[in-house]
Design a protein around this ligand. Structure first.
Ligand SMILES: Nc1ncnc2c1ncn2[C@@H]1O[C@H](COP(=O)(O)OP(=O)(O)OP(=O)(O)O)[C@@H](O)[C@H]1O
Ligand SMILES: [Mg+2]
Length: 313
């Protein structure tokens, strides 16, 4: 790591000034401003009789701090929409703007840099590098961007996700759910402008899924993180702030969700009960997974010490 661009590295290694509010590019803007926009997005696969119109003139705008669920039947175009919004697939027609920049007009190199610095991804398949440990996988995006990890944030993310004891292991030594949590940590570690997630809870049990969704919701509410998530699960969608429904490549419904506080109270152990903690997750984190995220986000608010040599990469 040679350059610390945009990161408040004050708490990193215990030297330097106290950390300020997050200052990575994705959080430099104001809550409520448009951070993702699609204009007339159309994606056609194949031709002739084999032609499929996966997206049919989809237009939408996502504001900073929103936690958006994209729902719809299998084949309705959810993944295609996510991939086009994230610059992983090129639409046949239409435009995608990330923080006001038209990514559909970008050259490959510019798009690659924007994806690396501004976007986080969580896929149905975890896409972890098999030869790297969990910790190395999580820190890889920062390493590629020559950015220094914020150790408090790193510790908060891995603790809340319940993977703090699995960091030295390679993906093949982790369960599917643990691999997915590593993938989520990797997406959150750089505090990107937007996290795109395709069925991020698909491989998790109910309690782990609830804890993960609470973490995502908290990062949106507290840090102004923007998350766009494809899900089939109505319970998962209920934790978001907005649900967009697709059918045959078109938006059929777009509704705000009134955020229920403690939406997952039923699946997390209530204080004073004997209900087991979420597997692999500290009981405290299961009761209030966002607490440590909030602590890490507030200046001087983190009360635990770094446990891992996050700066070793
Ligand atoms: N590479 C491709 N070539 C041809 N058709 C494709 C391709 N990718 C997707 N499609 C088609 O586009 C449509 C939308 O696919 P998409 O993967 O976006 O659906 P989805 O809503 O994510 O479904 P699921 O819930 O099963 O993941 C489907 O009819 C699919 O068969
Ligand atoms: Mg899909």
């Amino acid at each position: 790591m040679s350059v610390a661009t945009g990161f408040q590295a004050g708490s990193y290694g215990g030297v330097g000034p106290q950390p300020q509010a997050p200052a990575v590019p994705g959080h430099a803007g104001r809550r409520g401003e448009t951070v993702v926009e699609a204009r007339g997005l159309t994606r056609v696969y194949g031709s002739g009789e084999a032609q499929v119109i996966a997206l049919d003139e989809v237009s939408l705008a996502v504001q900073r701090g929103q936690f958006v669920a994209i729902m719809g039947a299998s084949g309705s175009g959810k993944s295609t929409l996510l991939h086009c919004l994230a610059g992983l697939d090129a639409p046949t027609q239409g435009q995608v703007l990330i923080a006001g920049r038209d990514i559909t007009a970008m050259r490959d190199q510019e798009l690659t840099t924007l994806r690396r610095d501004q976007l986080g991804f969580v896929f149905q398949s975890f896409n972890l590098l098999p030869t790297l440990s969990a910790e190395e996988n999580i820190l890889l995006p920062l390493r590629l961007a020559h950015r220094k990890p914020d150790t408090d944030w790193y510790n908060a993310v891995v603790t809340v996700l319940g993977i703090e004891n699995r960091l030295e292991h390679r993906p093949s030594e982790l369960s599917g759910g643990q691999q997915q949590r590593v993938a989520v940590a990797r997406a959150l570690i750089g505090r990107p402008a937007v996290v795109f997630a395709d069925e991020p809870t698909g491989a998790l049990d109910t309690a782990s899924s609830a804890a993960l969704l609470d973490v995502l919701a908290q990062t949106c509410q507290t840090l102004g993180q923007t998350v766009v998530m494809v899900t089939h699960d109505p319970e998962a969608a209920a934790t978001t702030s907005r649900i967009i429904r697709l059918a045959d490549g078109r938006i059929t419904q777009d509704q705000a969700v009134e955020r229920r506080s403690g939406a997952h109270a039923a699946s997390a152990p209530a204080p004073g009960t004997n209900a087991p903690a979420a597997p692999g997750t500290q009981a405290q984190a299961a009761q209030d997974p966002g607490r440590q995220v909030r602590a890490a986000a507030s200046p001087g608010g983190a009360s635990w010490r770094p446990r891992h040599a996050a700066g070793s990469l």
